[in-house]
Design a binder for this molecule. Structure first.
Ligand code: FES
Length: 262
């Protein structure tokens, strides 16, 4: 069977991870070499051992989840013991990749579910470094979520009349492309980029509080951010909206949603 190390010829990880790392999984020597190269030889390695997790600055799980008999428990134990600010890199098979590559589907650990779990387990920064049709590379850093610049500042983005019920449009908020949508009940703001594989949600189908992505048809609730179909995906990133009633203006900040008095 094809191994991920046969498909991945380099790791593009920036900023380069420094410090003490371990690699766990399949063909660990190959991935250690990739990490070494990506870090310009600034990474030191020690063999993986669960009792050494607290000493690590970084851990790479290479095809480790899809080859473990209890990947959920493994991931939980690892995330519990890694120290703050350490990096967890995960390379594994896409759950919806082609059947000709990789293990049986029920052995694959879904990227969206993985990202969601990592956030819930204390990794404030979770990024998909690569969403390949066959595999994914996810990087998670333990600790609070890095706040975006200007999160306390609201930007005037549209007039209420420009956003009738069941409509949406993209706006720019400090360089971020944000979708504002009117569900008919309330106005919400969320990321233009689909959490699954970077589809453009403003090109999707809005039905009241639900949006279907144009790329694969997955559906999210834009008020709660929860995935509806399938329900084991990552959450949609949402932003704070307030209405200037006097001027009938929609205002958005890059902070997470909360109740704001106008
Ligand atoms: S990119 Fe796949 S559902 Fe959006």
């Amino acid at each position: 069977m094809t191994k991920l190390s046969d498909l991945i010829t380099s790791l593009d990880i920036k900023p380069e991870p420094n410090g003490l790392w371990s690699v766990m999984g399949v063909n660990v020597e190959v991935f250690a070499q990739h990490l070494h190269t990506a870090s310009r030889n600034r990474v030191r390695f020690q063999p993986y051992h669960p009792s050494e997790l607290t000493a690590l600055d970084g851990l790479l799980l290479a095809e480790a989840l899809s080859t473990h008999n209890n990947p959920h428990l493994l991931l939980q134990q690892i995330t519990e013991h890694l120290k703050p600010a350490s990096t967890l890199l995960i390379i594994d098979w896409q759950a919806d990749g082609p059947p000709t590559y990789g293990p049986d589907f029920d052995a694959r650990f879904k990227k969206g579910w993985l990202s969601r779990l990592l956030r819930e387990w204390g990794f404030g920064q979770v990024d998909t470094l690569e969403h390949h049709p066959v595999y994914y590379v996810v990087r998670a850093i333990k600790g609070p979520s890095p706040s975006l610049a200007h999160t306390d500042t609201f930007v005037e983005v549209a007039h209420l009349d420009d956003l009738p019920g069941n409509s949406m449009q993209t706006v720019d908020v400090f360089g971020h492309t944000v979708v504002i949508a009117n569900t008919g009940q309330e106005i919400v703001a969320f990321d233009q980029t689909c959490p699954h594989a970077n589809g453009k949600l403003d090109k999707g189908l809005l039905r009241r509080q639900n949006i279907a992505c144009p790329l694969h048809g997955y559906i999210w609730n834009i008020i709660s951010g929860e995935p509806l179909f399938p329900d084991d995906e990552d959450c949609l990133r949402r932003y704070c909206v307030k209405i200037n009633e006097e001027q009938q203006k929609i205002m958005v900040s890059l902070a997470p949603p909360r109740r704001v008095d106008s």
